[in-house]
Ligand binder design. Structure first.
Ligand SMILES: Nc1ncnc2c1ncn2[C@@H]1O[C@H](COP(=O)(O)OP(=O)(O)O)[C@@H](O)[C@H]1O
Ligand SMILES: O=C(CO)[C@@H](O)[C@H](O)COP(=O)(O)O
Length: 494
């Protein structure tokens, strides 16, 4: 038997087919080759067309099936991971009513702040663990206030992964973890937050059916099977936001375990069995996904929006697309630690939660024409992203999350030696890089959702640490000094 995982990222849709018993990857593919478009029709807006996600999912699925050369009858289940906090709205015929307002769109910040003021922090925080901020509920509130004609046609709202699953199965379903990432979940009453629906004036009927994360959530329809190159009737048995899913992929399930990723966004994610939250919502707490524990697990997450998005922007804007990421990494390694005093602030991809939803834009500081060249720009960008992540990690530590040992997939910006070494040197943490990614994790999770795997060792057979990066004596001092200067500049300029 095989399991098929999809990861709907902001840059591409990845698909991965694994063998159920050995856990080995049979084939993987992603579409498109260059990052998907994020449209910004107005400053602070970030939108993607759900149809584009579906088309790329179909291409990735067909490519995997072609590479694997197995019969689709042998696929036991499908799992889905997806970019979080986005909003998709559909009418009663399942037509999408407007482009998706995605996670890094900043338009709803004021809507969320007004909700927080009206409902009162003392009430909101214990129930939602976060401000409604810029999350899905506030985005839906924005549509209601600004696009009443569209809002009046909304039959259901959903998260990006719920949409992908709907296209596969025809079922409109979500999960408690998904509702928590949308800030629709009341942690006190362990159900959708009625008071928030009342505040925004949302009819509870627009909520999709709620099913567990690991369970059958629908079966591939004949029409979808044709588009995906699969067979009808394969069950979808798992869906989760890409950050809890990244943690799952790395077998980060229990308290004290920590995962990281550096895709379009960069995230550090710590698991806890205690409710921990930041009163300023600079780091966020959502329901984690854990198939082996009867009691809830929580994921405390810091997000830097401008991670791979900055790296991709540099590639396109500075190098006009004529360079590969490995070449950029080589260039970065030619500049010294601290980039000879060139500092980059990577905040050019929407409201940064860690900066209390300010959107200062990205800046390079300290440019000296006779000293700095392309290698400095490339290194300063990678260092700036790591410093921003570490700035958030310091906040996580104040919330009680310990960050000594961090697991990540050997993927995205963790492929860059400068990036991963700077990460270990500034944080003092040991970083373990594994042979996995979000699509592979979603495939393994589908096996849990089907009931095929019963425990961690069955589900994670073949998951291997490829390398361990320890802080380097001699470089930690210099890296920390560069971070200290970066942080001072950030705080004086905010
Ligand atoms: N070899 C590499 N070195 C450094 N960064 C890379 C490399 N390959 C890809 N990336 C970065 O990873 C980003 C894509 O990561 P990915 O995990 O696919 O994102 P998402 O899940 O958001 O779609 C790219 O924008 C790019 O900046
Ligand atoms: O907002 C967050 C996490 O809270 C982002 O991590 C999104 O989930 C998008 O992820 P990528 O496209 O960067 O994987």
């Amino acid at each position: 038997m095989y399991f098929l995982g999809f990861d709907l990222g902001s840059s591409s849709v990845k698909a991965c087919l694994i063998h159920a018993d050995s856990g080995s990857v049979i084939a993987s593919a992603f579409y498109p080759e260059r990052e998907m478009t994020i449209a910004s029709p107005k400053p602070g807006f970030a939108e993607q067309q759900p149809e584009m996600w579906w088309e790329n999912a179909c291409l990735a699925s067909k490519a995997v099936m072609q590479k694997a050369a197995i019969s689709a009858d042998e696929i036991g289940a499908i799992g889905i991971s997806y970019q979080m906090h986005g909003l998709v709205v559909i009418d009663k015929d399942m037509n999408v009513l407007r482009p998706s307002i995605i996670w890094c769109d900043s338009r709803a910040v004021e809507v969320g702040n007004s909700a927080m003021d009206a409902l009162g922090e003392e009430f909101v925080l214990p129930h939602l663990l976060n401000s409604p901020g810029n999350f899905t509920a506030s985005k839906l509130g924005w549509v209601k206030q600004n696009e009443p004609d569209i809002f009046s046609k909304v039959y259901k709202f959903m998260l990006p992964g719920d949409y992908l699953a709907m296209r596969m199965t025809g079922e409109i379903v979500t999960t408690p973890s998904g509702l928590s990432e949308g800030i629709f979940w009341d942690f006190v009453n362990q159900r959708p937050a009625d008071f928030l629906f009342n505040y925004f004036g949302f009819d509870p009927e627009i909520l999709p059916e709620i099913l567990p994360t690991f369970a059958e959530q629908g079966r591939v329809t004949p029409e979808a099977a044709l588009s995906l190159g699969l067979r009808e009737g394969i069950p979808v048995t798992y869906r989760a936001g890409d950050q809890p899913n990244n943690a799952f992929s790395l077998n980060v399930l229990e308290p004290g375990e920590v995962a990281a990723t550096a895709g379009t966004s960069g995230v550090v994610y710590g698991v806890s069995d205690q409710i921990k939250f930041d009163a300023q919502s600079r780091v966020n707490t959502f329901l984690h996904v854990n198939p082996i524990s009867d009691s809830p697990r929580y994921g405390v997450l810091l997000c830097v929006n401008g991670t791979g998005s900055l790296n991709g922007w540099l590639r396109n804007a500075l190098f006009q697309g004529n360079i590969s990421y490995p070449e950029m990494n080589r260039l970065a390694s030619q500049a010294p630690v601290g980039s000879d005093g060139l500092f980059c602030f990577p905040f050019g991809n929407g409201a940064e939660r860690m900066l209390e939803n300010q959107d200062p834009g990205s800046t390079f500081k300290g440019i000296q024409f006779s000293r700095h060249g392309l290698s400095h720009y490339t290194r300063a960008s990678q260092e700036g992203i790591v410093f921003a992540l570490y700035y958030g990690m310091e906040i996580m530590e104040t919330v009680g999350v310990s960050l000594k040992n961090i697991r990540a997939g050997e993927a995205n910006m963790f492929l860059s030696p400068v990036f991963r070494e700077t990460f270990a040197n500034v944080s003092g943490a040991t970083v373990e890089l594994y042979n996995t990614d979000g699509a592979q994790g979603a495939a393994r999770a589908a096996g849990f959702g089907l009931g095929y795997y019963k425990n961690r060792s069955e589900a994670f057979t073949g998951l291997t640490a490829l390398q361990t990066i320890e802080p380097q004596t001699g470089l930690t001092e210099k890296t920390k000094e560069a971070y200290f200067n970066w942080k001072q500049l950030l705080e004086t300029n905010l």
